[in-house]
Write a protein that binds this ligand. Sequence first.
Ligand SMILES: [Zn+2]
Length: 448
Amino acid sequence: MEIEIATIGGYEEVGRQMTAVRAGDDVVVFDMGLNLSKVLIHDNVETERMHSLDLIDMGAIPDDRVMSDIEGDVQAIVPTHGHLDHIGAISKLAHRYDAPVVATPFTIELVRQQIEGENKFNVGNDLVKMSAGETMSIGDQVEMEFVNVTHSIIDAINPVVHTPEGAVVYGLDKRMDHTPVIGDPIDMKRFREIGREGNGVLAYIEDCTNAGRKGRTPSESVARRHLKDVMTSVEDYDGGIVATTFSSHIARVTSLVEFAKDIGRQPVLLGRSMEKYSGTAERLGFVDFPGDVGMYGHRKSVDRTFKRIMNEGKEKYLPIVTGHQGEPRAMLTRMGRGETPYELDEGDKVIFSARVIPEPTNEGQRYQSEKLLGMQGARIYDDIHVSGHLREEGHYEMLDALEPEHVIPAHQDMKGFAPYVDLAASKGYQLGRDLHVTRNGNMIQLVD
Ligand SMILES: [Zn+2]
């Protein structure tokens, strides 16, 4: 059976991920992501109304025109998890394929909400839920399986396409977490089995984000302990404490809610995306927040909540807000600019349970936000975070578990691939033979 891989997006950048695997006449598409920084750099761009081709020209979504060179039918569009760089282009591209979107329940719900907000295209693809550990048939001879992985968003999986020539494992995005705060540990046992059963692993496509960092990525439980230490240390402070984190990071938001209660404060979730992700996770039963935890997304209800906090006393509350990267329109940035009814005083605490995404725009915006908060007297606690991506030893363990015949680094630019290429070379892989460094829009023929 012919096996071919099209590396469509996310091979020259982090963002706009998209890869297609053809096995005989059947094609599976993994991820259709959005590179948000390419959108935000322009003022007042509303992607909801934009045409795909304009977004492709901006470099914001994958240029999927290469798909017309693939001789086969797309049977499924499979986003691995709900981050925007993996699902953000589904509302712009999926309608061009006569195939369902297949993903885990939390991811499917985020895809559904995204399609609902789309104003330009009518996206009618079926939305099919499939959980980790389950399989589905792709054509006559191919099966797709979801293996449970751990990442900075719940319900993440790595899809595996089982072909007569061996398995193709799509390895974006994960860390090796054996004690995640929510959900099951990464299923390393299954990865080891897949490496040894049948014809083994034909190809492994891997997320190289942290390949250049030594050692292993700590578990979410480490970030949780760090956060508990910080919050306990300010337990006796009788002024304002404000926290921010990735709103899609449900495990972290849950820890913040819990520790707020522990130090005698009422947690309240503020900001549009805070309300969206936490509300969705709660509706689907992934978390069970205490009944009195408020979630407010619209600016008016947020400002009303801030007024209530100022009236009743800042020492009674822990606002958990958007704005960990200093995004200009996010809640914490507005607080820094003095645009909300919440007034910061000398000595008030601001907890960043997030790391600055190392990118000039983010770094500049975050710097500005911290300075503005500091000018009002706020004390900053930053970097209370662990990454969602494997470091060097995690990558080593994955190669050891899967023993893939071919390796394809992804989810980075050329510079980002380099440390992974070194690691794979040390395991005996050779560039151009079985280690395929590629670019957006290329095809790799593995079996002809
Ligand atoms: Zn991700």
